[in-house]
Design a protein around this ligand. Structure first.
Ligand SMILES: Cc1cc2nc3c(=O)[nH]c(=O)nc-3n(C[C@H](O)[C@H](O)[C@H](O)COP(=O)(O)OP(=O)(O)OC[C@H]3O[C@@H](n4cnc5c(N)ncnc54)[C@H](O)[C@@H]3O)c2cc1C
Length: 101
């Protein structure tokens, strides 16, 4: 087994852990980050990002319906499947590979 000594172990790679680890690393402190789910934490995969991805389509449709000129083109209904697919795209299908250093 590969054993290394580090100055600090950060538990959790959510926004807080990522910032702490990054700032310590910037100051030359050696850091190990331990994450038992996905690097990026709640915000990237279950909270901020997917909730905003789901809120945006109805918000955009509502905005278009309020603006004369655009309103006439926004005659259809919301495509729930497409909205969910966009949510899945935003959270990378729960794959954190893009968040890894
Ligand atoms: C629906 C929703 C929408 C939100 N929208 C926004 C928004 O728009 N803007 C905003 O600023 N905030 C938003 N938030 C809040 C935001 O998600 C949190 O403030 C943020 O994720 C907290 O970051 P954190 O690093 O403290 O915790 P988390 O993101 O929870 O990260 C903690 C990490 O630690 C890991 N972990 C826990 N225990 C262990 C262990 N023993 N060993 C190893 N790893 C462990 C977890 O797996 C997790 O990845 C939203 C929250 C919710 C629920």
């Amino acid at each position: 087994m590969d054993r290394r000594e580090v100055d600090v172990v950060v538990l959790g790679a959510g926004p807080a852990g990522e910032v702490v680890a990054g700032r310590l690393g910037d100051r030359g402190v050696s850091v190990a980050v331990v994450e038992d789910r996905l690097v990026g934490g709640e915000c990237s995969f279950w909270a901020c990002m997917p909730s905003k991805a789901l809120l945006r389509p109805p918000q955009a449709l509502d905005e278009a319906r309020r603006v004369p000129g655009a309103r006439e083109a926004a005659t259809g209904s919301l495509d729930v499947g497409a909205a969910l697919a966009r949510r899945d795209e935003v959270i990378h299908g729960l794959d954190d590979a893009s968040q890894l250093p």
